[in-house]
Write a protein that binds this ligand. Structure first.
Ligand code: 5RP
Length: 153
């Protein structure tokens, strides 16, 4: 898959590890920055990466900041993006299998890199259970809300 990575200063170190994992597993990475640990403003990097997901320039996004929720707040404002913050592998599995998210947000300051990389692996390798009616129905309802309230690109 083609994956957009984006991060702020607090997520930079973990982003580098996630990039290595993804590339080792054969994925193509598009890195939207930031590219070091100098303090920056998260929206400057998460917004363009979210647009790349929404416009189909990448298959999915993985966004990393200090705790994860700032990235998810930004990403979920964009039509076509569905982002979850995950702090464990169970959450990562359901974020794909039940909720069909296309963006994973993780906090580089709250989980160790070994767990973070497990979360990435599970999220990358779990399919949406679209043939289970209740999950499809719920995701359709979320998408209906986006249709009503988010601006289409
Ligand atoms: O976790 C975050 C947002 O969800 C940010 O990484 C965090 O707010 C950055 O804070 P600071 O500029 O004090 O390092």
């Amino acid at each position: 898959m083609k994956i957009a990575l984006a991060n702020d200063h607090a997520g930079y170190a973990l982003k580098e590890e996630v990039r290595e994992l993804l590339q080792n597993e054969g994925h193509e990475v598009l890195d939207f920055g930031t590219y070091d640990e100098e303090a920056c403003d998260l929206p400057d990097f998460i917004y363009p990466a979210s647009l790349a997901v929404a416009e189909g320039k990448v298959d999915r996004g993985i966004f990393i900041d200090g705790v994860g929720y700032g990235s998810a707040m930004i990403a979920n404002k964009i039509y076509g993006v569905s982002a979850a913050v995950c702090q464990d592998t169970f959450c990562a599995e359901l974020a794909r299998s039940h909720s069909n998210t296309n963006v994973l947000c993780i906090g580089g300051k709250i989980i160790g890199s070994a767990l973070a990389l497990e979360i990435v692996k599970v999220w990358m390798n779990t399919e949406f259970l679209s043939d289970i009616e209740k999950y499809k129905r719920r995701v359709d309802k979320v998408n209906d809300i986006a249709e009503k309230h988010l601006k289409k690109l």
